[in-house]
Design a protein around this ligand. Structure first.
Ligand code: IPM
Ligand code: MG
Length: 359
């Protein structure tokens, strides 16, 4: 029987609760589909700072490298907000992405039919269907560029640098085009080429790569316009290809179209088959420990892991169908509307399991 080793980084805030539910669902799916999963827990973020003094201990990197894939909850919280930049939980997240070479971040934003009413956009704006894949570069650009503080004529200043090389743009662009070939065959490359030199190189490089994908329709958009188009006419997008910072911002915006950021999963991939899977949302310290968080984004992250890293597309489908199924019956508070049964985080996990059991 095939066995997979999964590194588990529960993280902070609601992280442990939502990861618990995702593991419950993965174990059941494995049993159903005839494979086994072993878990290796490690520390990342605030919990790692408390236990070891640093947000990303070496042991965590080693465990993730040894695993077939990594499942992450969320990191951060007010307790660690006043620490210096290099010791913040977020630094641990950026660090693990870099250490594992995870340069491609896939963030699907789509409407789950039963949640259509939860979208803040009018039905006529959403249109028939909505399925956007934001492909965000994850280990370059301004989040990793040179930064510092200085003093100019007695005035305090600080700077961060946006820099991209051709190979960095090349590899992320190919991920976007490859994905587009399996979807709607459209790539919209988002930049700020009217101002930034790094964006001009980005655009030139993407234009070159596009020649290898004659079937894919390539368009370009400035990031400010894209932010507007996402709420004006979101269904025009298929794959959105963009830099680290623009992807960070646009993926939050795109996710909200779906009704709740509590629904959306993400995959971070590198050159090897292994990857890191996590919900798009944060650690929600305000509701941590209350068993009311929505575990579906983490459960859907497991579905992405099964598809993109573990080669178990059938198991992945099972989870996606189960999630779509439960949404017609039960809701966690973030997506609750009258007429449904309001459930806790663990009850939501149980409901997904019940659906899978019945398959
Ligand atoms: C995300 C988060 C992180 C990022 C933060 C916590 C560093 O916002 O995954 O989108 O900017 O990448
Ligand atoms: Mg973000």
């Amino acid at each position: 029987m095939k066995n997979y080793r999964i590194a588990v980084l529960k993280g902070d805030g609601i992280g442990p609760e939502i990861v618990g539910e995702a593991i419950k669902v993965l174990d059941l799916t494995a049993e159903k589909c005839g494979f086994t999963v072993e878990y290796d827990e490690a520390l990342l973020g605030g919990c790692a700072i408390d236990a070891t003094g640093v947000p990303l201990p070496d042991e965590t990197v080693a465990k993730c490298k040894a695993a077939d894939s990594t499942l992450l909850g969320a990191v951060g919280g007010p307790k660690w907000d006043t620490l210096p930049g290099h010791l913040r939980p977020e630094k641990g997240l950026l660090g693990i992405r870099a250490a594992l070479g995870l340069f491609a971040n896939l963030r699907p934003a789509r409407i789950f039919e039963p949640l259509r009413d939860a979208s803040p956009l009018r039905a006529d704006i959403i249109g028939g269907s909505l399925d956007i894949m934001v492909v965000r570069e994850l280990t370059g650009g301004i989040y990793f560029g040179e930064r510092g503080r200085l003093e100019e004529n007695g005035v305090k200043a600080a700077y961060d640098t946006e820099k991209y090389s051709v190979p960095e743009i090349d590899r992320i662009a190919r991920i976007a085009f490859d994905l587009a070939m399996k979807r709607g065959k459209k790539v919209c490359s988002v930049d700020k080429a009217n101002v930034l030199e790094s964006s001009r190189l980005w655009r030139e490089t993407v234009t070159e790569i596009a020649k290898d994908y004659p079937e894919v329709e390539l368009s370009y958009m400035y990031v400010d316009n894209c932010a507007m188009q996402l709420v004006r006419n979101p269904s025009q997008f298929d794959v959105v290809l963009t830099s680290n910072i623009f992807g960070d911002i646009l993926s939050d915006e795109a996710s909200m179209i779906s009704g709740s950021i509590g629904m959306l999963a993400s995959a971070s991939l590198g050159a090897t088959g292994s990857g890191l899977y996590e919900p798009i949302h944060g650690s929600a310290p305000d509701i941590a420990g209350q068993n009311i968080a929505n575990p579906l984004a983490t459960i859907l992250s497991v579905a992405m892991m099964l598809k993109y890293s573990l080669g178990q597309p059938q198991a992945s489908d099972m989870i996606e169908k189960a999630v779509a199924g439960v949404l017609t019956e039960v809701r966690t508070p973030d997506i609750y509307v009258e007429g449904f049964r309001k459930v806790s985080c663990t009850e939501m996990g149980d409901a997904v399991c019940d659906k899978i059991r019945a398959m």
